[in-house]
Design a protein around this ligand. Sequence first.
Ligand SMILES: *Cc1c(COP(=O)(O)O)cnc(C)c1O
Length: 391
Amino acid sequence: MISIDEKGYYGKFGGAYIPELLHPCVEELRLNYEKIMTQPDFQEEFHHLLRDYVGRPTPLYFAKRYSEHFKANIYFKREDLCHTGAHKVNNTIGQILVAQRLNKKRIIAETGAGQHGVATATVCALMGIECIVYMGEKDIERQAPNVKRMKMLGAEVRPAMSGSRTLKDATNEAIRDWINNPSDTHYIIGSVVGPHPYPEMVARFQSVISEEMKKQLLEKTGKANPDAIIACVGGGSNAAGAFYHYLNDEDVRLIAVEAAGLGVHSGETAATSAIGTEGVIHGSRTLLMQTQDGQIVEPYSISAGLDYPGIGPLHAHLISSGRAEAISITDKEALDAAFFLSRTEGIIPALESAHAFAAMNHLDYNEGDTIVINLSGRGDKDLAAYTQALD
Ligand SMILES: *Cc1c(COP(=O)(O)O)cnc(C)c1O
């Protein structure tokens, strides 16, 4: 059985490694999140918004030409059709409803590429709640379109000017803000990372993906379980959502796809489970890329959403226990897969999702297997990278 224990551990991974000053904030959430999430009025509002605002259920699409090419029955779970263009909004809707029930008046978030910042600014606009997004100064320059979206949605984007002026510096600023504003502020974390209860709470909000998948597969094929599910892993929230209701169905292979960047051993990579070791990052014990004396190694991937030096504790547990299989995909393979998918099915995937599609070339499966690929987001945001690859 795969489940989380009282203290927030999946096996030996997880927990809450936080500064004492942050303890009251995290503890308030830990003591209340489960009660809030299971209340009927919460469930009703959450599902109402997922349906009418996000556009759920997202289709489970049988990809005919893609299936013929790979000689398997391949379905795409269309998270790219969610409002805002990816799965991230499933989680931000859930968390803003929790924040409201904890009487929070102010939302903070940190963002690297800006996708989570946009998903957070979106739900704050929806609810009329103040939104502050911390973002590294360097990322603000690199991700101008998402910065403009956040501002359009009424969020304040605060630059993090210290250190490398990227994601981890933005995270430090957000934590400092939370410590200073414990009573009226909720911190929306964007993936299945961070101290307990975040990884489990986010996984449960995203688990709507596999809940729908089970019903849709049963309807379409007469069987609720596929032979394999493939999803890309940055922190791991879309994968956690796609795996969640299959975790204890041992007949379903779970394939977690990481970004190899220029190659697993190139020094320019984000293949955490391949080269990572145990340690603590962003408040939980997990696998991360670090030097022998525990310094975090800068990750690299062409895909901003996978460019993260750690992996959520659930995935560290699934991979190290053998329940999930990890595959790493280079930038080049992801680009090729994005072009192939665009021209075979007329769907331009996010660069992150393209890694999951590229895994088909590495997976050993039997002809005729049923395989679901989680299409975590659409590729509009990545057109510049795609265009550059064409030249
Ligand atoms: C952010 C993002 C990811 C990576 O985040 P996870 O938490 O690992 O899901 C993957 N795909 C898309 C489209 C994203 O925007």
